[in-house]
Design a protein around this ligand. Structure first.
Ligand code: SF4
Ligand code: SF4
Length: 393
């Protein structure tokens, strides 16, 4: 890299002059600072990611379901990343990863129960879940238990953006995290952070697979890292076997329409009846394929405590009652990514979980929802759950 590629400020100082402290090259200075904010960092060019044909075929197959914004993003992705739509002067992409792996998986996260825990153990029903005390317990995916990751990542990306502008005058940057026409996973692999596992998520040798990705497009010219060109899944198929709904239809190919993360978060309407029994106790997102991956065993623990939110087990009957009003829902989940699904979506999900793992104690609460919820869709899901509970021996 020619350091003179970088812009000069109004005093004629270039990034090189301000950044090259001692013998540290500019790219390593940026990496050093970015690693004070994130758990892993890599650099790549703003060239468009590859695999366009794969994405086209995936969309063509309808695997995206109702997520029509993915088609819009695809249109926006038409050219290289440094289009005017994103950041006209982009010459590098800083790809960052933030772990949310706060320790070993609990037995519930691994889908393991003792027979004494529940009459609805997976061994007896083939479906994960735990009735427990009070009518039943539900599971929230790991990523959604703490603060909204969008906010956490944006704050950090903005901190990095501001630092770059201060250290390298004239630099402009813009951050993305699951928020624009950016395929972070492909960029991350190209920036050397890891490989795309058969469950479709990125796997890092350092972080396992419980982490968020972000990308900062910047006008600063940085030395790209070598791409991660090895695929370490080998003959393993644990994630595919772990998926309760058969959503991973082939290695690295997800039919989102069958995925519990899609069904509990992205889908606004009725959950297809044939999939409901397979959803077990999941009420927001699903970790089953990620939890099955052996590359988590030696992963570095997460460092950002804002993302920590406990074990993610919730009392389903208590939550069903709380979800009577939008106000109560918004107050309970303020600052959480769970707001995304809305009161109606979350109550629908709780009904399905109760239909799968609830005990008779849940029947009165479900009857109230079946009679009084303003949403016909929620009332129908409550009826479905009641039918399941009433016919269960
Ligand atoms: S998130 Fe759950 S439902 Fe979706 S592919 Fe993974 S295991 Fe299957
Ligand atoms: S579980 Fe196995 S196949 Fe799936 S992503 Fe991890 S290593 Fe790859």
């Amino acid at each position: 890299m020619k350091q003179t590629d970088n812009p000069a400020d109004e005093n004629g100082r270039t990034g090189e002059r301000r950044a090259n402290r001692g013998d540290t090259p500019l790219t390593e200075t940026v990496r050093e600072y970015a690693l004070t904010l994130f758990d892993a960092v890599g650099f790549t060019t703003p060239a468009a990611p590859g695999h366009a044909a794969f994405v086209d075929a995936w969309l063509e197959a309808g695997y995206h379901g109702e997520m029509s914004y993915l088609k819009t993003r695809k249109r926006l992705r038409g050219g290289p990343l440094n289009s005017q739509k994103l950041l006209g002067k982009a010459r590098s992409v800083i790809v960052v990863a933030q772990s949310y792996d706060f320790g070993p998986l609990t037995p519930a996260e691994r889908g393991e129960y003792k027979e004494s825990d529940s009459s609805l153990s997976p061994r007896s029903t083939g479906v994960r879940g735990q009735a427990g005390a009070g009518g039943g317990q539900g599971q929230i995916a790991r990523y959604a238990r703490g603060a909204d990751y969008h906010q956490v990542m944006w704050e950090k990306l903005n901190t990095l953006r501001d630092w770059l502008a201060e250290e390298f005058p004239g630099t402009v940057s813009r951050g993305y995290t699951d928020s624009g026409p950016i395929r972070e996973r492909e960029l991350a692999a190209r920036a050397g952070l890891g490989w795309q596992g058969k469950h479709t998520n990125l796997i890092s040798l350092k972080l396992g697979n419980f982490f968020f990705l972000g990308a900062l497009l910047t006008s600063l010219k940085l030395e790209p890292d070598p791409p991660f060109d090895k695929h370490h899944c080998g003959t393993c198929t644990r994630c595919i076997a772990a998926c309760p709904t058969g959503a991973i239809v082939a290695p690295m190919t997800l039919d989102a329409r069958r995925c519990i993360s899609y069904l509990t978060i992205e889908l606004h309407g009725s959950i297809p009846e044939e999939l409901r029994p397979l959803m077990g106790d999941h009420i927001f997102g699903c970790d089953d394929c990620l939890a099955a991956c052996p590359w988590n065993d030696k992963a570095q623990a997460a460092s950002e405590q804002k993302l920590y939110g406990g074990e993610g087990r919730v009392d389903l009957v208590a939550l069903l009652a709380l979800l009577a009003t939008d106000e109560a829902f918004e107050a309970r989940f303020a600052g959480s990514p769970i707001l995304r699904t809305g009161r109606t979506g979350l109550r629908r999900n709780v009904c399905v979980a109760l239909g799968n793992v609830g005990s008779p104690e849940a029947i009165p609460a479900l009857e109230t929802v079946a009679q009084t919820d303003p949403s016909e869709m929620v009332r129908e899901h409550a009826h479905w759950a009641l039918t399941r509970l009433c016919v269960r021996p």
